[in-house]
Structure formats: structure tokens, C-alpha cells
Design a protein around this ligand. Sequence first.
Ligand code: SAH
Ligand code: AVI
Length: 320
Amino acid sequence: MAVSNLAIRNLAIRNREISEIVDGLSADQKQISPKYFYDERGSQLFDDITQLPEYYLTNTELGIMRDNIAEITANVGKQASLIEFGSGSSLKTRILLEHLSQLAAYVPVDISSEHLHASAQQIRDQFPHVDVLPVVADFTRTFSLPKPMVMPVRNIIYFSGSTIGNFEHDMAMELLRVMYQEAGAGGALLIGIDLQKDPNVIENAYNDSAGITAEFNLNMLQHLNRDYGANFDINEFAHSANYDENEGRVVIELISQTDQIFEVGDTAFDIADGEAILTEYSYKYTLEGFAAMANAAGFDVEKVWTDAKQLFSVQFLTRL
Ligand code: SAH
Ligand code: AVI
């Protein structure tokens, strides 16, 4: 009975996702949410991106964490529950876990289920004293959090990698409000924010010479073919990423290389030669711009750590 309820629930989620994909592709500007990058292969490709020399984000954030770890962990405090949104391989989290001797629980939340469970197991192996409670969920929708064995003193929400940059302003604000609620009384948000800088540095990060970002972008279509009944011809789309300095965002698209028709489930779509499917924005912030958003969501920017070149920032936000 429990199994069939789960199967019905999964079918309902899949049907909702198919209508979401069809709606996005039916808009004047065809689009697919970036959350569809992350099947097992997509999560692996993202990990490959983090190793690229052009992709300064991960290494810079890791450096900021290492350089300031004593201060960061002092802000987190003892006996906290660390709840990570979009945890991926929990790479930066390991630095925190190495230095947080007392933690009530670590709750990684991610949509990419196989990758999440594999990463959670690695964390358990490396940190056997930590209560690791993974949650497979789409964090843009309501989801419930597990109860740790030890009662936490406070909740620390962790949102690394500048993943908030993949959301447009209204949705980013909504997510900050959700994290404010999840932090609860006495809670806080530790967040990684990529900063505006030389447009060439930004554009190169999304157009790497090894072509991994292109593969990551195209894998979204393969994911839809594998799991959502689509029939995209991958060879007839090309990766594109351009930084729009006025909007402060990288626009990541797949450009059709010919006039063609593709299907998702029962719905057929025409796409013209040169027409784009928008797959992702990656917003870059100024420190002032992000502080204004954080304040509007009810947070006080208590501490900002950056690297020497001010490429990236890690910020500690408390509830006002
Ligand atoms: N925080 C990690 C990973 C960043 S990649 C880092 O900084 O390295 C973005 C992560 O967010 C991926 O693991 C992806 O699966 C997850 N993700 C993206 N959209 C999501 C959503 N709507 N709900 C849950 N997880 C999501
Ligand atoms: C997860 N996110 C912050 C990445 C970014 O840089 O916006 C996703 C990504 N897209 C292409 N390369 C990396």
C-alpha cells in the first residue's frame, strides 16, 4: 500500500513537471527551468564544471571559506541544525563540518536524488558523528524537513555556490523569505553570492574551452528525452552564454541549428533555425544590491567575507 501511494505521488509529480515543461516551451520565449539540468549525469557535469580553470566561482568560494573558517563557524555556533538548499556534492560543507565539532544535524536538500544519496553517504563515512538527514525535494515548492535526533539550538540555512543567482528577482525574494521562515527564531542564513566584475571573466566561466558547460546545457535535453518522453535531436542544438551587463546576468540558451519539430509527451513544438530555448539565468550581484534584497526579506547582513579580488562573497544573514 505504502509503495503504491509513493508510486502515485511520483506519477503526480512527473505529470506536473511535464505540464510545467510544456508551458515553458509554449511561451513566446521558449524556456525550461534550470532545475532540469540536474539528473545524475547533470550533477556529475556540474561537478566537472567546478574543476574548470575558467569557473572561478567554486575555487573562490572554497578559498573564502578556508580563509575565514574560524569566524564563520563562530557565527554558526554550537548545536545547530545545518540545512543546505541545493547541496550537490556538499563540497564546501565539508569545510564547515571539519570545523564544527558540535552539530545537531546536517540536512542536505536537493532535487537530484541519486547524487544526493551518494553524497550523503560520503558525508556519513567521513563524519560518522554527524546525523545526516538527506531530503529529496524541489525547494521552490513546499517540502517538510526531518526532525533530528538531538534538539537543535538554532537552524542555520546554508545556500552555497550562488545558486540564488539562477532565480529571477521575484523568485529569489520568495526563496529568501522561505529560508527566513525555515531559519526560525534565532536562526540565520549562510549564503554564497557571486559578484559583478569584468564581463570577460564572467563570460569565460560559462564558455569554457573544454566544452563542459556546453555538454551540461545540452544534457538538459537528454534528461527530457530520458525521463519526460521528449525527442530532442541533441546534434541540432548549440550552447550559448552571454553576459548582459545592464541586467547583471548571464543568459544561457540552447540555439536551434535548423528549422525543426520536437515533441514532449503528446505535444509537438516548432522551433526555427536560430531560435533560442532559455535554460538559465545566472545573476551577479553588487554587495549593495544583494543587501537591499536581503533586508527586504527580513534579514540583516551581519558579515560579508570576500576574496582579495572581490570576485565572490560569503555572507552571514541574521533575522532582523
Ligand atoms: N551548492 C553546491 C551545488 C550547486 S549546483 C555547490 O555550490 O557546489 C546547484 C544544486 O542545486 C544542484 O545540486 C541541483 O541539483 C540543486 N537544485 C537546483 N534547483 C533545485 C531545486 N529547485 N530544488 C532542489 N535542488 C535544486
Ligand atoms: C548552480 N549555479 C550557481 C551555476 C551558475 O554558475 O549559475 C550553474 C551553472 N550553469 C552553467 N555553469 C554553471
